[in-house]
Design a protein around this ligand. Structure first.
Ligand SMILES: [Zn+2]
Length: 508
């Protein structure tokens, strides 16, 4: 679908200028591209599904055919690893190798590696083979195919580049340059975002916030260092949680799991919020970050600019993503086509770089970590085994190695589970609200805990939902809403919503 959009008001419009604010609108092309393959050139072609052009390769004019929905290049380092797993070192050296998730495409033919193959692989032998064959491996064929790929998709590259640049300029037009910030994680998406923003605004001295979770890949730290050296005019701020140590917190409240991802708030969004608040107290700022639509199912509608939602953890911050509609292959087309430096982890075969302990990491990513960061991997693995024993799992090795630890939902067996509860989920339907899990029902004793914040005014709450309101002592304005809540898997929960407060996150 193609429509017009005002980035200032975050609204669809029918005209080239917005009815509300008068700014010039942008054209949004939400049509989703897919990957075609040219069997002659052995390269992927990015093509819009409903494009009425002929299905031919722009380079050789031969007929092309549909391959898959998205794709990433396989660098020679990862290709060698693949060959070693399959017992045929260097066999695909002269072939065009691409991948998506667990599926590889070798000259357009699929080859898969199963979860079991990864889990049962002989790691010591693989490490030995890698060092033996490394000397015979090179980038010759890879470079040849990549330059063909860039040439054949050059129209796509200029299209997405121009669109993103236009978006960046329009979004930032009402902000003074010094109030525009780049959120930098060391991953490929933020690499592209940072490059696009600096080029679009012709400003080499922008503020970057690097969120160092303290759980980063070693390659991410190296890349961040290199990035700083290559951007001598940029202002680089590191957001880091210096007060807490990941492993001690794990000991207290248990390892993070998919449903209990306390690590993101504590080690990533929290420190970033703190540093932005201290750099820009009471200032309107615009942060560019590299979130993409395809990464999250909840982002089904067009919300490339957000200023009043949960993803914005601080007041007065507007966040915007220039690469919102990009696919993996677009990211790589830009990085390779524009010769942008990137995190080495991608050459090794990681398709995302985040924390090495993330419960959302795939079996393949864990396999790669066993090979490429054995120190971090073993420390974490040993911690998980001890943790499994502590919470009484009969077969700790199995619990850890099958990934069952990632599905943990409650704090059973964990020391802190009996006392203070800090577990919460962001309320998905309302802003400034969080749902907390309790170990007993909401009653008078519970609401009394809110007395330090204001006066309890039960008469103001909506009876139907058993709501209690806390009002500000001085102004009598409602500031907190307490609502008993039903949540799957938890017996007792409460929704706490902050009202009419300038910094709701601080109060929460
Ligand atoms: Zn061709």
């Amino acid at each position: 679908m193609i429509f017009l959009w005002c980035v200032n008001c975050s609204k669809e419009t029918v005209k080239n200028t917005c009815d509300i604010c008068g700014s010039e609108t942008i054209k949004v092309d939400e049509r989703i591209p897919v990957i075609y393959w040219c069997d002659e050139c052995k390269i992927p072609l990015i093509k819009l599904q409903d494009m009425e052009t002929q299905d031919t390769c722009p380079l050789c004019k031969n007929k092309i055919s549909y391959l898959c929905v998205d794709l990433r290049p396989v660098f020679p380092e990862e290709r060698l690893l693949l060959e070693i797993i399959k017992g045929c070192p260097l066999e695909y050296k002269d072939k065009s190798v691409w991948a998506m998730d667990n599926r590889y495409y070798i000259d357009g033919k699929t080859l898969t590696i199963s979860k079991t193959e990864y889990q049962q692989a002989d790691i010591d032998k693989i490490i030995k083979d890698l060092s033996e064959y490394k000397k015979l491996n090179d980038y010759k064929s890879f470079d040849k195919y990549i330059s063909k790929f860039i040439k054949a998709n050059s129209d796509r590259l200029s299209e997405i580049f121009n669109e993103a640049s236009n978006f960046i300029q329009k979004t930032s037009q009402n902000y003074p340059e010094e109030n525009v910030v780049i959120s930098f994680s060391g991953g490929k998406d933020s690499t592209v975002t940072a490059d696009l923003v600096m080029r679009a605004l012709s400003n080499p001295s922008m503020v970057h916030i690097f969120g160092n979770t303290t759980l980063e890949f070693p390659t991410t730290i190296e890349y961040a260092k290199r990035y700083r050296e290559n951007q001598p005019f940029s202002i680089f701020r590191i957001a880091k949680n210096n007060e807490q140590d990941f492993y001690s917190v794990c000991n207290d409240i248990g390892a993070p799991a998919r449903m209990l991802r306390w690590c993101c708030t504590m080690f990533k969004t929290g420190p970033i919020t703190r540093i932005l608040n201290s750099l820009y107290p009471e200032t309107d700022i615009l942060t560019f970050y590299g979130i993409r639509k395809c990464e999250s199912v909840s982002r089904s509608k067009y919300n490339r600019v957000e200023d009043n939602s949960e993803s914005v953890k601080i007041q007065k911050q507007k966040v915007a993503s220039p690469i919102f509609l990009w696919k993996d292959i677009d990211i790589w087309l830009y990085i390779l086509g524009e010769e942008v430096d990137f995190n080495y982890a991608y050459r090794l075969g990681y398709d995302r770089v985040g924390c090495w302990c993330c419960p959302n990491n795939s079996t393949r990513a864990e396999f790669l970590s066993k090979i490429y960061m054995p120190e971090e991997y073993n420390k974490w693995h040993n911690f998980l085994i001890d943790f499994a024993k502590k919470i009484g799992k009969p077969d700790p090795e199995v619990y850890v190695d099958t990934g069952a630890w990632k599905a943990r939902q409650g704090g059973n067996g964990v020391k802190a589970a009996q006392d203070v509860k800090i577990k919460f989920t962001n309320c998905t339907t309302e802003d400034n609200a969080k749902v907390f899990q309790l170990n007993r029902p909401v009653d008078g004793t519970f609401t009394e805990l809110f007395i330090p914040f204001g006066k309890i005014a039960p008469e103001l709450g909506r009876k139907l939902i058993k709501e209690t309101i806390i009002i500000d002592m001085a102004t009598n304005v409602p500031i907190i809403s307490i609502q008993p809540f039903n949540q799957e898997n938890f017996e007792y929960s409460v929704k706490i919503k902050v009202l009419n407060v300038e910094k709701p996150d601080d109060l929460l």
